[in-house]
Write a protein of this length. Structure first.
Length: 394
C-alpha cells in the first residue's frame, strides 16, 4: 500500500508531495509534530489519522480542502499519484508542479528543506527521536520553515469600528437577554404585588389604594467574553473577528477579549482603545498569535485563570475559531462542558460554515458541538444582525 516500509519514511515522502505538488509549507518540524500526534489516536483508524494530520500539515483553509485529496492519492492510491519526481531540477530547468510560479525565494526554501529531509533519512527505519535530533542539527538552515506550535506572525493593527459595525453590534447587545436578577425592583408591570408602595401612594387619594404597584426581577446586563483564535489557519478571517470584537466593545463596556494560538493572552485593553476611536496594535502575543491551534488547552487555561471572575449566569461566551484543534479531544470536551455549565450561552463563530457543503466533522468541532448553543459566522455587519436574531441565550 505504501512506497516505504516504515511510517516515518512514508510521512516524510507525503510531506514532500504536499510541498511540491500542492504548494504546502511543510518541513521537518511539521513532520515531527505529526508523528508525535499519533500517540493520541490509533494508527489503524484512517479517518482519525486524516483528521489529526489535517490541521498540523495545513496552514490555510484552502490547504485543508486540498489535504483530503492528497491524502487519498498518496495513502489510498485512488488516483494513481506518482510518488517520485521525474523532472531533475537543474540550474536551467523549470520547477515542476502547479505552484512553481511562487518565485525563486520559495524554490530556494523548498530546496533547503529537501536537503534537510533527505539527510534525516538513514538506511534503517526512521525513529521519531531521530527526526527530532535531525531538526536540531538543521536549525540554522530551516528558518524558512515554520512550526505549527510556535507563533511567528505579528499581530495586526486594529482601528475603530465603522458606523455599520457599531449599529449591528448595538442591536446584538440589546437583543441578548441573560438570566433574571435575584432582586425584585419596582416596575410598571410585574409578577409580585408591592403592598408597601401601594399603601404609600394611597396617601394622595385619601387612603384609598386606587393605583396598585408591582415588582419584577429585571434581566441582568450581559457580560461578553470573546476568545479569538489567532492561529495560522484563521489568518484570512482575523480581520473580521477583530472588527466584531471592537464593535461589541464600542456598544458595551462589559466586554473581555482574549487571543489564543497555543497559549492564551488577554487583549482587552487594546480592544477597548480601538473601540474608543484610536488605532492601535495588539501587544506582542508570542505563542498567542500566528502559530498552531490548541483550543482545548487554551480554554482550560482560561477557566483556571479567569473563570471565577468572568463566568456567571450573565456571561455570554463568544469563541471565534475554525475548530481545527491538534490537542487531545478530552481536554476540549471538559473545557467546553465547564464553559457551558458556568455561562448563559456559548456562541461559536466558525468561518468555515459558509463553505459550500461544510460539515463540522473535524475532531475539534465534533467534540465542542454538544456544548455550543449557537453556531454561526460574523464576517460583516449583516452577519452580526443575523446573530442577534438567532443567538440562543438561557
Amino acid at each position: 500500500m505504501y512506497p516505504f516500509a516504515s511510517l516515518p519514511e512514508n510521512l516524510i515522502a507525503f510531506g514532500t508531495v504536499l510541498r511540491h505538488d500542492y504548494g504546502f509549507r511543510v518541513g521537518l518540524r511539521q513532520i515531527h509534530d505529526a508523528l508525535r500526534a499519533l500517540e493520541i489516536v490509533t494508527i489503524a483508524d484512517q479517518r482519525a489519522v486524516r483528521n489529526l494530520w489535517r490541521p498540523i500539515l495545513s496552514s490555510t483553509a484552502d490547504e485543508a480542502t486540498l489535504f483530503d485529496r492528497a491524502f487519498d492519492e498518496f495513502f489510498l492510491q485512488r488516483h494513481g499519484l506518482r510518488l517520485e519526481r521525474t523532472v531533475d531540477r537543474g540550474a536551467g530547468d523549470a520547477p515542476a508542479g502547479p505552484h512553481a510560479r511562487r518565485g525563486a525565494k520559495r524554490e530556494r526554501e523548498s530546496t533547503i528543506i529537501d536537503s534537510a529531509i533527505e539527510s534525516s533519512l538513514p538506511d534503517r527505519a526512521v525513529d521519531v527521536d531521530d527526526i527530532g535530533d535531525a531538526e536540531d542539527e538543521q536549525e540554522g538552515i530551516l528558518r524558512a520553515s515554520y512550526s505549527p506550535i510556535a507563533g511567528e506572525a505579528p499581530p495586526p493593527e486594529i482601528g475603530p469600528a465603522d458606523p455599520a459595525w457599531q449599529d449591528a453590534a448595538l442591536a446584538f447587545v440589546r437583543r441578548v437577554q441573560t438570566a433574571l436578577s435575584r432582586r425584585w425592583k419596582p416596575a410598571p408591570r410585574g409578577s409580585r404585588f408591592d403592598l408597601r408602595r401601594t399603601l404609600r401612594s394611597s396617601l394622595h387619594t385619601g387612603g384609598e389604594p386606587l393605583v396598585p404597584r408591582w415588582k419584577a426581577r429585571p434581566r441582568l446586563r450581559p457580560r461578553f467574553v470573546m476568545i479569538l483564535d489567532g492561529s495560522r489557519s484563521m489568518s484570512p478571517y482575523a480581520s473580521a473577528a477583530l472588527r466584531s470584537a471592537v464593535a461589541i466593545a464600542a456598544a458595551t463596556r462589559n466586554v473581555e477579549a482574549f487571543a489564543f494560538s497555543t497559549e492564551l493572552q488577554r487583549i482587552t485593553p487594546a480592544i477597548r482603545r480601538a473601540a474608543s476611536g484610536r488605532f492601535t496594535r495588539l501587544p506582542h502575543l508570542e505563542r498567542a498569535w500566528g502559530g498552531g491551534t490548541g483550543i482545548g488547552t487554551c480554554l482550560r487555561d482560561f477557566l483556571h485563570r479567569y473563570g471565577d471572575r468572568l463566568l456567571s449566569r450573565d456571561a455570554v461566551m463568544i469563541i471565534v475559531s475554525d475548530g481545527l484543534d491538534v490537542g487531545h479531544p478530552d481536554v476540549l470536551r471538559h473545557a467546553m462542558t465547564e464553559l457551558r455549565r458556568r455561562s448563559a450561552a456559548v456562541i461559536w463563530l466558525n468561518p468555515l460554515i459558509e463553505t459550500l457543503g461544510y460539515e463540522p466533522s473535524s475532531i475539534g468541532m465534533r467534540t465542542a458541538k454538544p456544548s455550543i448553543t449557537t453556531l454561526a459566522w460574523v464576517g460583516d455587519p449583516g452577519g452580526l444582525y443575523r446573530l442577534a436574531r438567532t443567538a440562543r441565550v438561557s
